[in-house]
Design a protein around this ligand. Sequence first.
Ligand code: 13P
Length: 251
Amino acid sequence: MRRALVAGNWKMHGTRSSVSELIKGLQQLALPTDVEVAVFPPYLYIEQVLKGLEGKSIAVGAQNCALEPEQGALTGEIAASQLADAGCRLVLVGHSERRQIIGEGDDVVSRKFAAAQSCGLIPVLCIGESREEREAGRTLEVVGRQLGSVIENLGVEVFSRAVVAYEPVWAIGTGLTATPEQAQQVHAAIRAQLAAEDAEVAQGVRLLYGGSVKAANAAELFGMPDIDGGLIGGASLNADEFGAICCAAGS
Ligand code: 13P
């Protein structure tokens, strides 16, 4: 049985004072014990969040890491080893905003995935198709290529210590959500692709859905057989809304 995971990606949002408010709100939540919860603040606030959430069972992760796992001469980057040293447990890799706006390609994403794992962090591999790709009927091909690249570069076994997040780009921040059936179809394809290499790994890996998840649509999405939780953007900036989404993932 896979344990549900609900993760909040704060993206490039927050100030010291708004983060402090959000931490207070998170501290007050009564979270379901059968759901793992994580938040991904901007780098600058990771320490503040770790301190503020001490004693609360919410893991903290980063939104990105450097290509190289160890510290060194790489101006402006943060190494996975530094994130682990700070107390992070997870890291997002390949978020569509980084793929599209910053130009991260599949090979870079694989290197970051490997860097994260080599430092004991759990990578959350984000994959998903654009609106044009969906309209052209290429969803499974695109998602299959993004996932396949990591399998090819690193081997399928790496997914025994990783999470995959399916985030259709057209559903991110747009208020458009994939229907539970649309999301389930892609999640099933992701699991089948992994199962073709290793059935046990495929059964164990958690597949999150992301893209305009709110308290109002979360339960329906999380009720699908291959959706094991969510990666939440906008709605994770409101503690009560995020808490309600976490509860929707509980049994
Ligand atoms: P929204 O929930 O704001 O659509 O963002 C989803 C996302 O990109 C999470 O990584």
